[in-house]
Design a protein around this ligand. Structure first.
Ligand code: PGA
Length: 257
C-alpha cells in the first residue's frame, strides 16, 4: 500500500521570516492534530521544498513535526567548481530527505535534458535522498496527441538504472497546467499515471512499479484536490502556488482519500 505524499514546492518565494512563519504554521497544525485529533492528522506524508536559502530555518521550524524537508534541485556531482550549484550531499547535510529533479521550469529555463535529470536522480540516491523526478508534456504535445509518448519517453530517459523502491517518486506535471490555474481532468491525469506505472513495470518489474509513488502536479488547490487525488494510481500531489499558504496546503493534504 502506497502512503500518499503531499509535497509543497515553494519555488523562488519567501524571505527568511516568511519561510520560518510558513513552516511554523504547518508544524503547528501537525502538533494540534496529533495532540487533539481535531481535525485529524491527514493520512499522508507531508513534505516541503523551500528555496536553498530557507532550508536551515525551515528545518528548525519543522523539528519534531514529522514534516519532511526537500530541496528543489541538486547538481549531479558531489562537490567541485560549480558556481551557484548545490549538491545532494549539501542538502542531506541540512536535513533534507527528498529533492525535486527535472522540474519543467528547470528543463525549460535551464535547458536540462533527460540525461542530466537522470544523473541528478542518481546523485540524490547516492546521498540517500529520495528524488522526485518530474515529467510532463507541453500543451502543443498534448494537442498533437503525443502526451503519453512524451511522458513515457521522459520516464525512460530520466530515471536511473538502479533505485530501491519506494525510494524514488515520480511527479506528472503537465507543463501547461503549472501556475496557470488549468488542470488536467482527473481522467486525463489518471490515464498518464497508469501509463507511467506501466512503463515502470516493464523496466523494473511489477513489484517495484507498485511501490513507486506517482504525484500529480499543476494548479492543485483545495477545491480540486479531492477529484485529482481520487484515482488509485495518483499517490499525492506536488503543489506549487497553493503550498505557500499553510491553510491551503493543509486542506489539500486533508483531501487525500
Ligand atoms: P502550481 O505548481 O501548483 O503553482 O501549478 C506546481 C509545480 O510546479 O510543482
Amino acid at each position: 500500500m502506497r502512503r500518499p505524499l503531499i509535497a509543497g514546492n515553494w519555488k523562488m518565494n519567501g524571505r527568511l521570516a516568511d519561510g520560518r512563519l510558513l513552516a511554523e504554521e504547518i508544524a503547528q497544525r501537525v502538533h494540534r492534530a496529533t495532540e487533539t485529533g481535531v481535525p485529524p492528522l491527514p493520512a499522508c506524508d507531508l513534505l516541503v521544498c523551500p528555496p536553498f536559502t530557507l532550508l536551515e530555518a525551515v528545518h528548525r521550524a519543522l523539528a519534531g513535526s514529522g514534516v519532511l524537508l526537500g530541496g528543489q534541485d541538486c547538481h549531479p556531482e558531489a562537490c567541485g567548481a560549480h558556481t551557484g550549484d548545490v549538491s545532494a550531499a549539501m542538502l542531506a547535510d541540512l536535513g533534507c530527505s527528498y529533492v525535486i529533479v527535472g522540474h519543467s521550469e528547470r528543463r525549460q529555463n535551464h535547458g536540462e535534458d533527460d540525461a542530466l535529470v537522470r544523473a541528478k536522480a542518481a546523485a540524490a540516491i547516492a546521498e540517500d535522498l529520495v528524488p522526485i523526478v518530474c515529467v510532463g508534456e507541453t500543451e502543443a504535445e498534448r494537442d498533437e496527441g503525443r502526451a503519453l509518448a512524451v511522458v513515457t519517453g521522459q520516464v525512460a530517459g530520466s530515471l536511473p538504472e538502479l533505485f530501491e523502491p519506494p525510494r524514488l517518486v515520480l511527479a506528472y506535471e503537465p507543463v501547461w497546467a503549472i501556475g496557470t490555474g488549468k488542470t488536467a481532468t482527473p481522467e486525463d491525469a489518471a490515464e498518464v499515471h497508469r501509463a507511467i506505472r506501466g512503463a515502470l513495470a516493464e523496466r523494473y518489474g511489477a513489484e517495484a512499479a507498485g511501490a513507486v509513488r506517482i504525484l500529480y502536479g499543476g494548479s492543485v488547490k483545495p477545491e480540486n484536490a479531492a477529484a485529482l487525488l481520487g484515482d488509485a494510481d495518483v499517490d499525492g500531489a506536488l503543489v506549487g502556488g497553493a503550498s505557500l499558504k499553510a491553510d491551503d496546503f493543509w486542506r489539500i493534504a486533508e483531501a487525500v482519500g
